[in-house]
Design a protein around this ligand. Sequence first.
Ligand code: FES
Length: 148
Amino acid sequence: MNQKQINANQPTRRGFLDWIVAACSTVTAALLAIPAVMYLWPAARGGTAENVEVPEAGSMPPGQSRMVQVGGKAVIVVRDASGFRAYSAACTHLGCLVKWDAAHRQFLCPCHAGVFDDKGAVVSGPAPAPLPPYKTKEIGGKVYVSAS
Ligand code: FES
C-alpha cells in the first residue's frame, strides 16, 4: 500500500465540511416544510374536524348572526326560525369577511359589493361561487359548528 492509497482512505477536512453542509441543508429543508404541510393539510392538525361552540347561542334572537372560528377559519352563524345555519365568512371573490344583513336576509361583502342570499348563494357582485356551508348541531341547548 503506497502513501497515495493511505491518504484516499483518510477522512479529510473537506469531506467533513461537505457532510456538515449536507446535514444542515437537510434539517433546514425539513423545518421549512413543516409549516407548508400544516398550511396545505389543516386536517393533519385536526383543524377541520373541530367542533366549536357558538357562544351564548341560546340568547341569539332569530335573524341575528355570530362570528366564530372553526379550524382557524372565520364562520358566520345565522339563526332563523328553523334553527341555526353556518357558512364560511370568507367571500369567495378575494376573501373579505362578509356581514349578515338581517333586514334583507343577505350576506354582504364590503370589499366589492358582493351579495349572497341567506343560503350562501351568489346574488350579485364578482364572487364566483357560493359561501361554503358548515354543519351545525344542537346538543343539550348548546350549538356547535364544524366543517365536517
Ligand atoms: S372580496 Fe367579496 S366581493 Fe370582492
